[in-house]
Design a protein around this ligand. Sequence first.
Ligand code: GAR
Length: 196
Amino acid sequence: MKNIVILISGTGSNMAAIVQAAEKDSWEKSLGVRVAAVISNKQNASGLSWLHANTNSSKIHTEVLEHTQFATREAFDAALMSRIDEHAPDLVVLAGFMRILTPAFVTHYAGRLINIHPSLLPAFAGLNTHQRAIDAGCKFAGATVHQVTSELDHGQILAQAVVPVLQGDTAEALAARVLTQEHLIYPAAVAAFFKP
Ligand code: GAR
């Protein structure tokens, strides 16, 4: 059985979409892969409560590793790597994991580390993507699933979804429209990663 480890920091709705797709589409049988663990760098991440309430929690290992407990970014990433590697991951999925990763971390998981970013990359890498798309007068916005490399929000594009930017859109309204598409493309991209 192959293993997926998902990293979250907050709501974890993309994580939930992946966990639900794995269940609904029987990934264990159809793809020989399972979500082995979900790790959060924040104790109060509501994604963890969702998991406990909505899944057979004995099947998916959950863990909190707070970055505030570590003196340096390198020390946190090293500890995180050792927690992740306990699950022998074939794929590490960043799902709203709001941390800048060290080169050592990215190199360690090269080719098996993916992220979802709420813009049509290479446009709007970084933060505040929706407001920046509105301010730039974009007619379309979206989300991108990509391989993670040492350059922030770069790396091979695996999937994208496009939504319209509507007249009078707020960043919140646009974010919600994009997020519904994230929930479709991220599970599909994870499944595609394991398809022969
Ligand atoms: C998602 O919109 C994701 O694209 C974004 O954070 C949100 C997390 O939502 N990620 C980034 O901005 C990464 N730079 P979720 O916790 O409900 O999945």
